[in-house]
Design a protein around this ligand. Structure first.
Ligand code: TMP
Length: 217
């Protein structure tokens, strides 16, 4: 991204993978380093996006409609919130982004990665995350964690085959973009995950700052 000075971080995982437990912790760790950080989520992140989220999580619809609405919400989010923040030097931490569409719509709903890729290139002006973490758990663990959570939404009500396809599509993304999308074994104890994540964040921050210093020198 040209003129982009903030770093764009996204967190991914199946429903029940434990991703949300780490979002605020990660944001706090970045803020402790003196960084300006915006924490946001998808679908959502704008007034329109949050309305689309309500629809996406509750109304039955065709898989293509679902994909279009995900990208409608994302387009608005990128233009109104994410890009302006990055351009001001703010770090953006987003709970889910386009990898989720590759996984859920491309894999789970079987639209395929090409359809998602077309929407991505048309709607997002090429904005990709600089770093992403996939919180990965086997399906039975995710489902066990979900069972003890709140009333399931439209996605959470899907069957095992849907989530197997979704997880496989996430793994495919990790395999094709291992530098950007890092896998975290989310069955490990929280302290161990935070130790691993913390080390990777510290290294990301030093590299990012060194790059900026280099580019302004
Ligand atoms: P959340 O529970 O992590 O807030 O996400 C809401 C649901 O939306 C979750 O089940 C995954 C789904 N989702 C997609 O299917 N495609 C997407 O592109 C995104 C961002 C989320």
């Amino acid at each position: 991204m040209q003129n982009q000075r903030g770093c764009f971080i996204t967190l991914e995982g199946l429903d029940g993978a434990g991703k949300s437990t780490h979002v605020q912790w990660l944001v706090d760790r970045l803020r402790d380093k003196g960084l300006q950080v915006l924490s946001t989520r998808e679908p959502g992140g704008t007034a329109l996006g949050e309305r689309l989220r309500d629809i996406l999580l509750s109304c039955d619809m065709h898989a293509k409609t679902e994909a279009l609405l995900m990208f409608a919400a994302r387009c608005e989010h990128v233009i109104q919130v994410i890009l302006p923040a990055l351009q001001q030097g703010t770090w953006v931490v987003c709970d889910r982004y386009t990898d989720a569409s590759y996984a859920y719509q491309g894999g789970g709903r079987q639209l395929g990665s090409e359809a998602v890729q077309q929407l991505e290139s048309w709607a997002l002006n090429g904005l990709e995350p600089d770093r992403s973490w996939l919180f990965d758990v086997p399906l039975d663990v995710a489902r066990q964690r979900l069972a003890s959570a709140r009333e399931p939404d439209r996605f959470e009500q899907e069957g095992a085959a849907f989530f197997e396809r979704t997880r496989a599509a996430y793994h495919e993304r990790v395999n094709t973009q291992p530098e950007r999308l890092r896998l975290i074994d989310s069955t490990l104890p929280i302290e161990v995950i935070r130790e691993q994540l913390g080390a990777q964040i510290d290294s990301l921050v030093s590299h990012w700052q060194a790059r900026l210093t280099g580019s302004t020198a």
